[in-house]
Each structure stands twice: as C-alpha cells, then as structure tokens.
Design a binder for this molecule. Structure first.
Ligand code: SF4
Length: 920
C-alpha cells in the first residue's frame, strides 16, 4: 500500500464512531462528505450529519443534504425486474435485454442501439457502460444527462487546454481577492461552496461580482450584480479581453511563453463597438467599466461558472471567452486564481473521466485520436473500438424518434422531463421498439414507457465512487441493507454484456475491481501526456477501496507529479504544450423573441429540490419551501400580460404549454421569466417546463439552450381555485391546473378549473373519499354510508361568495380538507397541513372551516427554514417588531438558519429589503 493511501486510511477512521458510515451526498457537484447511520429498525430513516473530515465541506451540509435521512422510504421503489408491466425474475429480464440488443445490432448495426445514462450513477457503473458500448458493441451511442449540464465546459476546456481539465480547487474561492460568478446561482445550486465563499468574504473582504440576468439569492453577498441580457456573456468577456489589452493589463510574458491564438482572439474581441457591447449585454458602459476595473485590479481572480454559461447555443464560446481572459492575464494554475466550472450533478466529473459522453473515449482519451483508440482497445482487449462520435443527447432522442435507434437503455435519469422538446422525446421513447429503464423508482414519467424495468440500488445501498467539481474522488458507501431484488447498475450492465457473449471483459467481483481497472487505464501509456492519471490506485484491494479517503487527481503510480497544481508550470496538454486562446465572435441566441412570443424563458433549480424530485419529494419539509411550480415575472411584464401575484398563468412556447403560479418580483429582469426545472407529471399535471424548450444546441458541445426560449405568458382563465389536504394520492390529470406535494401522512393539492364543477359535493367526495360517494348536501354535517370506515364531513357553502369548504373526519381525526373559491383560496397552507390526523370535536370542526389558526395560534406562513420549520411570517414579525436586526438575531430567537444555513441568505434579504407576511 502506498504511504499516501495508508495516511488517507488513518484519516478515514479518525473521530468517527464505528456505527457512522462515511459516504457522499448524491446531489450537487460540490460532493459533500456525509456521515450516515440508520435511525430505525427498517432502515427507512437515517441520522445524517456533515463529515467534518471531508475536504469539500468540513462538516457543512445544505438543506437537501441535511434531509437525506428522510429520503430512504421504500414507498414507490421499483422492487423487482418487470417486463411489459409484469414482475419477472432477473434472468428473464437480463436475457431479454441481451437478446434484443444482440438482435438489433446484428440486423441494423452497432449504431442502432444506445445507452442514455446519468451523472447520478457511480464511476464504476459509468465505466462498464462505456466499455460495453464503445469497446464491445462498437458504437459511441452512449450519452449522459450531463450533456445538459456541462458539455460546453468540456469542449471549451479541450479547445483551450487540450484536455478536459478543471484546474481549480475549492480553496481558491477562499484565497481569491475577487470571485466572479457567471450564470451561477451558487447560493441555491452549490450551497456549501457558497457558504465557504461567504465565510471567506467575511474574513478577508473578498470582492464578489455576480453576472446573471436574475437577481438571485447569490447576489445578496455581491459587491456588484450585472443583470446581463440573456446570452450576452461572450460580448461582456470579449469586452473584458479588449479592455485588458488596451489598458496594458495583459501578462505579455505569460502569453508569449505559454499560449497561442492571442492576437486573433483579441482582434475578434476588439471588433465589438461600445454600442454593440451595450446592446448585446444590456449593461451600461459604467456597469461594464466597474467590472473590468475590478478584474484588472485583482491578481487573484476566480471565475466560477455553471449552467448559465453552459446551457446556450454559444455555450462553448462563452467558456472560451472566459478562459481567454484568464490566459491573457496568466491568472491560472496559481493559488486563488483561475476559471472554475462547477458541475451540477454529483458525478458529472466521473462520467467525463470514464468517457460517458458520446464524443469522448475513456480516461480522458479522444475518440478522434487513433492512438488513443489503440491504447484503450489494447487495454480492454476488446473486439472493436468506436472511432467516431455517437449521438449527443438531443440528437440521440431524435434518432430514437425517427427509428435510427431501435433499442434504448435509459439508466438513472428521466429524459421525458429533462430534455428539451420534452413532448417529442416522450413520443420518441413511446415509439421505440425496445426500451429498458434502470431506475430506483417505479413511477416516473420515463419508467411508464419502458418495456423492461430493472430495479437499481439507491443511495445508501450502493457502493462506488464519485468525482466532485474539484476533481476529488470520494466513496459512496452503503449503510442500509439492500432492498429486495434491487441490483447495482454496474452489475446489470455486466450481466447483459455477458449474455451478449462478452464474458471476458465483464467478470468483476465488485466495484473495487472495476475501480482498479479504471485506475490502471488512466496510467496506460500515460507518460504525463494526459491530465487524468490515478494509476496509484491500480492495485487497490477491496479493503483499501472500502477504506478509501477522498483524494484529488492526478495521482500517478510513480508518486505525485512535479507540479501538484494543474498548469502551474505553464504547460498544457496540447501538442505544443501551449494553451490556446479561441477567437469568439459574439452570436445572439438561436431563437428570437417576437410579437407572439415576447418574453425569454430561463429555467433552473430551486434551493430545496433536485432534478425531477424523485428523491427530494420524499421529504415533505423540502417541499414546504416551494410546494408548487411557479413562474417569476417582473412587475412591468406582469402588468403588460394582465397578471397578478399568485394568479395562475399559462406559459406557451412554440413547442409546448405549461401552467404555473405567478410570482411577481423585481428580481427578475424585464422581458424575461424564470421557471424551475423540477416539476413532472408525478407532481403537477402540466408543468414539465422542458416541453417548452427548443432543441437548439451549441454546435460544438451539443448542449441545449435551456436558458433562452421565447414564450408568451397569460392568465389562466380559471373560474375556481381549490386547496385540499388528503390522505392518499388522487388522480390529478383531469384538472386545468393541479399540483400535488407529499406532506406528513398525506398530500396537499393546489387545484384550479376553467369550468365550475357540476357538483362541489361530488368533487369533494372524489378528493376526500376516493373510494366512494358522500351522502348528503351542502351546509350540514353528513355521514357516508359506504362500507368501511365511517367518514363524517362538515361542509360550509356560501354560494353568493363562491366559497365551498369541506372537512372530513374518521374517528374524530381529520382525514381531509377541501377549500374552493372563485378567486384565490385565502387560507393558511402551513397551518392546514398540520391539521391532518389531529383530533377535533364539536365546534372545533367548524373552526377548521375558517381555514386559519385560532387567534391564539400564529400563522407561520411559507416555510423558509426547512430544518426548524420556521415560516416567513414568523421571521418578518420578528424583524418588524425590532427584536431582530441581523441574521444572527433571527437565529437566536427562532433558530432559523442555525443548522444547515441554506436559508441564511434569504433571511438576509428579508432584513435588507423588508417583506410582507403572507398566508402560508
Ligand atoms: Fe449535497 Fe448540498 Fe453538499 Fe451539494 S451542497 S453536495 S446538495 S449537501
């Protein structure tokens, strides 16, 4: 064992009780270390805390990470293999997959099959999936949902550095004098990294610039917010490069010694006139000048960027325009300096490492490089090797749609909701002759289309490694027993490969042996010519793998490289070792607004949800922050569109339509709207936002333009609105608007209709007693006469005011509430969800129909602090009363913000700008 590994192992056990398992958070690319321990006999709850020894988070967790212990419920899990909706044994399912893939390849060639995988799977899963497709089937038709997240960064890195190298470390954000966040809502999307930056700013006075069309929560710690016009980043950075050149801020020595392409890049950058710069960026000359002056004045600059840069039809040019400025000033490869792409997913980086993208080989080798192809094929001893790129995600599903791909295996992702032109993607998958879906959940919008469903191990059950945004490889370790028949994704791939006749390449004893093989491949014929080398681990034993502590690559077999920081010596991975400045002429977004579609739709994440909510929606407290899909719009645009706050709006693009709740806010740039990416048909009946997104992609990276879709927004012509609390899931498809969110013991529903129901009693009956009709009419206590538990319903109707209210009880316990009104339903949601399963007698039942707490019980309002269930109204009251004048004071009084800290920035905004109490 290497001394380094021994050292890491001793760190591994230090300070951790034997019954805590060290693992890694399965959400964002920060890659926080987590300590987990089962908290009940069935292991469906766990205690969770941040790992104080993990170098990514040093014990911190955000709201999502802190709630991980509540997401282990077995409800809704896919427990058995299924074929055409019938439960089958593994052997039947795997043999069918192998047979259909084999037949399809034999009849139609290797490019007629495809794998679509995910940044959620582990590196070991990714490695064997890529090996099967590129080395044995012989096609590069394997792509990943990471294409939607950071493909432009990969291409930009390769163009500039000759390798897909993220050169920075998280500590650089703490050592920088200036941190520029471009298209990155770090506060909500990488919260622990944001917290590290916020602490550094308090200690050192770090200057922070945020470049984002929206005034996101991240702006609360910014010295300068540039509300750039969507798509204007290349122009802004070309302007910066031109400014640096004119002002003599270029590091001439560095440029001459270590780069090429400088003159051409500057020539293109300088073509942009002042007027063109302002028109493309929507920023004033003064705003640009302030940013340029800050960049010029600070040697230690880190530029953090993510989806706001990558998800664009000019995403790769945006990346290179940023890299150009760092290369021109030599601000790269040094402490506290450099461009820093932060990934959205927990293992987007691991996927890149093993070749999970259709245009990469494995171990950061290139498909287009025949020598790399030979190295990989020799190493794998594979019958063939793919030598041309496969279909990238958007094209892959087009190829499914037009029949070029006839057998598709989707693993750990939900393309029916997450890809652009999502309705077309749904049609394409539905029409594909053979679809396999490996997933943890039984019911997703994608699993319903699978011919074969393969049950996968979930976080907490599975074992392997992930790589975070700073190239740190950490173990995900199991800490709960594996449920039923579920199996690791790597095992599923290997079993199918063997059944296809590829026995020799896929006999692995477990993830440790896959990891060792992958580590060895990174060192194969690698004399320092490739960035990725972890061959120090090529002989890792099972025990060493189990004890593996987080480490950053590179870690070559011969010991640490001469320079442990990438590019510190000015050498890059291009043939002449020089970095390349790419000329990046400004291009406007591919779509244009018009009279019919005058607003620009931007999509993104919210603080407490993850992707398509299959895990985060298992914990009600994460849904208490935002319980339904919403669209944010500037007050001027809302007025022009005839919209008011909390109304429902239809949002339409050329490819689809959704309905969402309106949030009117001046934090939204005029002319743009924002909607979250998370809601699916499982949680709302018409809020799959990717159905609206066009299929325009970046020509280099294939990444879709998810931040710029022309739309129109108009009020939904709803004639009634409703809110209900129910104990079991109800069918929501038939409503004009419906959103359903789990709560403790049941579900909450937001409803609306464009036609008044023929009978309110019947509707209440469907919602509150899905198994049978109510007996009786309005304004009286009714008792059902169904077989089964007796449900009593108290109802209040005011026809003239258009108010209909129902409360249902079983054995004195509240089992449902339904409030309907012509206009909005003005009741306290936070209070209402807490009434489920509470005991009520006599007049107390009527009190429930008032829809709000009694006078002696305060209405907490929408939940801001998910850890301690602290609501907006509690915080605003504490501020307005003068008792709390700081985030710390709010924490002292209400505990809000004192655990994970994810809500501290929101509390800070309430303190700075003031906020009105609202019905929760
Ligand atoms: Fe998980 Fe939050 Fe850490 Fe991201 S920041 S890895 S979501 S705990």
């Amino acid at each position: 064992m290497s001394p380094r590994l021994r050292n890491l192992m001793s760190l591994e056990v230090e300070g951790v009780a034997a019954d805590w398992t060290k693992t890694t958070c399965p959400y964002c690319g920060v890659g926080c270390g987590v300590l987990a321990k089962p908290a009940n006999k069935t292991c469906t709850l766990a205690e969770i805390k941040g790992d104080p020894d993990h170098p990514s988070n040093f014990g911190r967790l955000c709201s999502k990470g802190a709630a991980l212990g509540e997401t282990l419920s077995l409800d809704g899990r896919l427990r058995h293999p299924m074929i055409d909706g019938e439960q089958r044994c593994w052997d039947d399912a795997l043999s069918l997959v192998a047979e259909r893939f084999r037949e399809t390849v034999d009849c139609h060639g290797p490019d007629s099959v495809a794998l679509y995988v995910s940044g959620q799977i582990l590196t070991e899963d990714y490695y064997v999936a890529n090996k099967l497709m590129k080395g044995f089937i012989g096609s590069a038709n394997i792509d990943t949902n990471s294409r939607l997240c950071m493909a432009s960064s990969v291409t930009g890195h390769n163009r500039a550095f000759g390798s897909d190298t993220v050169p920075g470390n998280y500590e650089d954000l703490e050592l920088a004098d200036l941190v520029v966040l471009v298209g990155s809502n770090l506060a909500w999307c990488h919260p622990v990294l944001f917290q590290r930056l916020a602490v550094a700013r308090e200690k050192r006075g770090t200057k922070i610039v945020v470049i984002d069309p929206r005034r996101t929560m991240t702006c609360e710690i910014a010295d300068l917010h540039l509300a750039i016009a969507p798509g204007g980043d290349v122009a802004l950075y070309n302007g910066l490069l031109a400014h640096l050149t004119v002002e003599g801020q270029v590091n001439d020595e560095y440029v001459a010694a270590h780069t090429s392409g400088f003159d051409a890049a500057v020539a293109v950058a300088a073509q942009l006139s002042e007027g063109e710069l302002q028109s493309a960026t929507g920023l004033s000359a003064d705003e640009c000048a302030k940013f340029y002056a800050l960049f010029s004045a600070n040697e230690r600059v880190v530029t953090v960027y993510s989806q706001g840069v990558n998800q664009s039809s000019s995403g790769t040019d945006k990346v290179n325009a940023i890299l150009n400025c760092h290369l021109a000033t030599g601000r790269i490869g040094k402490l506290g300096c450099g461009p820093f792409s932060v990934t959205g997913q927990p293992n987007a980086m691991g996927g890149r490492e093993v070749g999970g993208l259709a245009n990469m080989l494995a171990a950061h080798m290139q498909l287009s490089n025949t020598e790399h192809g030979r190295i990989v094929q020799d190493f794998w001893q594979s019958p063939r090797i793919a030598n041309r790129p496969g279909y990238k995600a958007v094209d892959l599903f087009r190829a499914v749609g037009d029949g070029r791909i006839k057998a598709l295996w989707i693993m750990a992702t939900n393309p029916v909701d997450s890809l652009p032109e999502a309705d077309l993607v749904r049609e394409a998958i539905a029409g594909c002759p053979f679809v396999v879906v490996s997933d943890v959940e039984r019911h997703t919008d994608t699993t319903v289309l699978g011919h074969v469903l393969l049950p996968s191990q979930s976080w907490g059950e599975k074992s392997g490694t992930v790589t975070n945004s700073e190239r740190r490889i950490s173990r995900q370790r199991p800490f709960v027993p594996v449920m039923g028949e579920v199996k690791p994704d790597w095992w599923q791939i290997c079993e199918v490969a063997k059944r296809m006749g590829y026995n020799e390449g896929f006999e692995y004893a477990g993830p440790a042996s896959i990891f060792a093989e992958y580590a060895a491949l990174t060192g194969a014929e690698n004399d320092g010519s490739r960035d990725l080398d972890i061959s120090a681990y090529e002989k890792v034993t099972v025990a060493e793998y189990d004890a593996l502590a987080p480490f950053q690559w590179p870690q070559p077999a011969g010991g640490l490289p001469r320079e442990t920081r990438f590019f510190a010596d000015g050498d890059f991975f291009t043939p002449d070792k020089r970095a390349y400045l790419v000329a990046t002429p400004f291009r406007a977004p591919a779509s244009k607004t018009s009279e019919a579609f005058p607003l620009v739709l931007n999509t993104g994440r919210i603080r407490d949800q993850w992707h398509t909510m299959t895990r985060t929606a298992k914990t009600p407290r994460l849904l208490s922050h935002y319980a339904e899909p919403f669209v944010e719009i500037h007050p001027d645009d809302a007025r022009a569109s005839g919209l008011e706050a909390a109304q429902l709006a239809e949002i339409e693009s050329r490819s689809g339509r959704v309905v969402m709740r309106v949030v009117v806010t001046d934090q939204q740039r005029r002319g743009t709207v924002f909607a979250p990416m998370h809601w699916t048909d499982q949680f709302a009946n018409n809020a799959r936002i990717d159905a609206l997104i066009s299929g325009h992609t970046d020509p280099q990276s294939g990444q879709p333009e998810s931040k710029f879709t022309p739309v129109r927004v108009q009020p939904l012509n709803a004639r009634w609105h409703g809110f209900a609390i129910v104990t079991s899931r109800v069918e929501i498809a038939s409503f004009d608007y419906a959103a359903i969110a789990p709560i403790a013991g049941g579900f909450r529903l937001e409803l609306a209709g464009c036609e008044v129901p023929a009978s309110w009693v019947e509707l209440a009956d469907e919602l509150l007693q899905p198994s049978g009709p109510l007996d009786g009419t309005a304004a009286a206590t009714q008792v059902s006469n169904r077989v089964g538990p007796v449900i009593e319903v108290v109802a209040y109707h005011d026809r003239s005011a258009g108010q209909y209210r129902f409360a249902a009880f079983c054995d004195d316990r509240c089992v449902g509430l339904f409030f309907a009104a012509r206009g909005s339903v003005e009741i306290s949601r936070t209070w209402a969800v807490e009434q489920l399963d509470q005991a009520f007698e006599g007049a107390e039942r009527l009190q429930l129909l008032a829809g709000r707490p009694g006078r002696d019980v305060p209405d907490r309002g929408r939940i801001i602090c998910a850890c301690f269930d602290v609501g907006l109204n509690q915080i605003t009251e504490a501020i307005a009363s003068g008792r709390c004048d700081s985030v710390a004071a709010v924490g002292d009084e209400l505990k809000a913000g004192t655990n994970c800290g994810s809500c501290r920035v929101e509390i800070g905004r309430l303190l700075n700008e003031g906020c009105f109490a609202e019905a929760g």
